[in-house]
Design a protein around this ligand. Sequence first.
Ligand code: ADP
Length: 412
Amino acid sequence: MKIAWKLTIIYSLILTIIISFLSFYYYFNTKTILIDEHRKDLYISGFGMGRGFMMGRMMGGRISSFYIATNTEIIQDPFNLGKVEKEGIYKSSDGSYVLIVKRDSLFIGKDITSTLYALDRLQNISILISILSIIPSTFISYFLSQKILYPIRKLIKDAKNIDIRDSNSRVEVPKTRDELWELANTINTMLERIERLYKREEEFSSDISHELKTPLTSILGYIKMLKRWGKEDKKILNESLDILEETTQNMVNMVDTLLEMAKTPENINYEEFSIKDFLEELREKVLNLYPEFQFNVYLDKERNLFTSRKALGIIMSILLENGVKNSLDKKVIDLGYQNGKLFVKDYGMGIPKEEIPKIFERFYKVDRSRSSKGYGLGLSLAKKLAESLGFEILVESKEGEGSTFYLQRKSV
Ligand code: ADP
């Protein structure tokens, strides 16, 4: 069932109940007031008349429109009621209704038939009003639900027409700051996120195709060369095979990195470990890879870290490798943990200030001629991993002097 109909039913039910309640309240109130008035009448004039009658009887007079009786004796009964024992409304043999009240030792009564008939009519009108109120209630409720649902319908219509690639295509935000305003804003924020993601994916696929095209063209070139001359010329054969191996290996590395980037943070395995051991192990590893470099470890105080040792190892290796790749004559890299931050410091070519924010983007290289091996993916992977561990990477760099990359826990 549509919400519009649900609302209509609920509203009309509530309205009908309210109208019925009011009309019955009016009926019962009127009844009480009228009967009370008669009662009062009997208390005052009836009692007076009763006494008057006593006196009248004494004097031989008679008041015929009232019923008057004591506990034992009927003094006057113009309605043919007979003896009564308690207060109430009695029906006489001629069909009229008599209200009896008791005052001291006297029962006094009067005819209230016309009042009861009027009340009966009023009751019928109340029932009719209650039944007929369903019709206007339904109309009013339908109109109200349509009015309430209009902004939601508009939202649905807007949402249906959204083109995710068009940044101007958004749902209209209502003017009043209510739940719908919040919903429209939430949808728009979500759309922005999806659009950003969509654009990033688009860029990503075009970047990948572009990045893969260069090594693939080179591989194809070498295969063609091998086909033509490789069989006879051993030198060309060996050189081409070396280059083919290196290019293919580079591509494998790139695909590996991309796969690593696509991994979700849920796969992260947290553990507690000593920073000192971690840094020493890292140093040994990079020293094996780059024996011509000197790696100095600095640690202001020994402590443990609780995070993913493996992910932190990947981040630090990327930073160390970048230090190596971008170094100049001074083949020294410092690494360590000071003031609550892990760091990697090199004495290489540095990064121009305006390039620093861009180096974390995927496939971004400061200068394409600088590091021929990289694909501009390392820092973007490092950033992604750091974020999933709750860390952030900060950079200090001076062109010609070197760079320091800091890794610190993100302040919440
Ligand atoms: P790549 O894998 O190509 O090195 P990165 O994402 O790791 O890509 O780095 C992006 C760019 O940032 C690189 O092209 C490089 O020029 C620059 N860069 C990164 N680290 C350093 C560093 N320590 N010193 C100087 N430049 C750096």
